[in-house]
Design a protein around this ligand. Structure first.
Ligand SMILES: NC(=O)c1ccc[n+]([C@@H]2O[C@H](COP(=O)([O-])OP(=O)(O)OC[C@H]3O[C@@H](n4cnc5c(N)ncnc54)[C@H](O)[C@@H]3O)[C@@H](O)[C@H]2O)c1
Length: 320
């Protein structure tokens, strides 16, 4: 049995990987500060309560990756076989007006985690990267594309973080994989992200403002979890790997899938795309396929239907 730490483990992606790991018999520790920055801490708590049966709940440590002393204690107690570093401030749009906290958490916080990982000689590190680092004029996005060209402070913080992660690997030799995620959605997904906002608007017949001419590589949470589980099985020296579905969808099509599942029509108005919003995200997933046999399975229609089903039961928790 391996012992695995997930930073940001109460978050959307972290908690679903934790569930898969607990079900596979691993010992999991979640570290999260349960902030209210993007969405309420109560939603994160509810997510954990619903995903895990009481007797099979991972250990949860409430704490901040900016607190070096706490990190030191968690790592000393933990003796981890692997660390999944997912704690971050996400949401490119929000970062356009609040760059400071993004740099602090995503860059300084990551350096704190890297220090703890190297000091405690953790043998395997996985880090959450993002499609937001790419230049959206060069599609599909390939891992070796150069230069990276983030459009938002969030994307820039993720690109900067990657540079530190690579440097730490070179200085300390810790086998490390950075997975760049693409628009992850599903039940218990982030209330601040487009799929949940679309679902909430359609279900409650609220006006929905859509930017024109935008495409996203929407990736269902189970496919991301499968990719991460494959990534945990193989310890690679240093790799950066896209985890997306590999199919960009016009956002109007995604809304249509939600409409179909909900049996309701969206009330759409168009808007100019806000500053910092990428025109398209599109993962080239051939590297993940080749290295791990990664094969995303859930179509946007299926995924949207699962999201709508979930919303019917838990939508009242998505406070907007
Ligand atoms: N969801 C996506 O589509 C997507 C896409 C690309 C990249 N990512 C990256 O994947 C990771 C997970 O994203 P998510 O969608 O699950 O987001 P999330 O916000 O649900 O999860 C992040 C978690 O980190 C925690 N956190 C934030 N600051 C912290 C700090 N200082 N100390 C400890 N915990 C802290 C939050 O409380 C939250 O629970 C992030 O690194 C994000 O940048 C996500």
């Amino acid at each position: 049995m391996a012992k695995i730490l997930i930073t940001g483990g109460a978050g959307f992606i972290g908690s679903f990987v934790a569930k898969a790991l607990v079900e596979a018999g691993e010992e999991v520790v979640l570290l999260d500060n349960f902030d209210d920055f993007l969405y309420p801490a109560t939603f994160k708590q509810a997510r954990i309560e619903h995903l895990f049966k009481k007797e099979k709940r991972p250990q949860v440590v409430t704490g901040d990756i900016l607190d070096g002393k706490l990190l030191g204690d968690v790592f000393t107690d933990g003796q981890f076989n692997a660390v999944l570093h997912f704690a971050a401030l996400a949401n490119p749009g929000r970062s356009m007006t609040e760059a400071g906290p993004y740099t602090l958490v995503n860059v300084n916080g990551t350096v704190n985690v890297l220090e703890a990982v190297s000091q405690h000689e953790v043998p395997h590190l996985i880090v959450a990267g993002s499609s937001s680092v790419y230049d959206d004029t060069q599609t599909p996005f390939k891992e070796d594309s150069y230069p990276l060209r983030p459009h938002s402070p969030y994307g820039a913080s993720k690109a900067a973080m990657e540079t530190y992660v690579q440097l730490w690997h070179e200085m300390h030799g810790i086998p490390t994989t950075i997975f760049r995620f693409f628009s992850v959605y599903g039940p218990w997904g982030r209330p601040d992200m487009a799929p949940m906002i679309f679902t909430d608007s359609v279900m409650n017949e609220k006006k929905l403002e859509l930017s024109t001419d935008r495409q996203r590589d929407f990736t269902y949470i189970d496919d991301i979890v499968s990719g991460l589980m494959l990534g945990l099985e193989r310890t690679l020296e240093f790799e950066i790997i896209n985890l997306g579905r590999g199919e960009p969808h016009p956002i109007e099509d995604f809304v249509q899938s939600i409409e179909k599942a909900a049996g309701k029509k969206a009330i759409v108005t168009s808007r100019e795309a806000p500053a910092g919003e990428m025109r398209v995200t599109y993962a080239d997933i051939s590297k993940a396929k080749k290295l791990f046999g990664y094969a995303p399975k859930v179509s946007v229609d299926e995924g949207a239907a699962k999201l709508v089903d979930w919303y019917k039961q838990y939508g009242s928790l998505v406070a907007r």
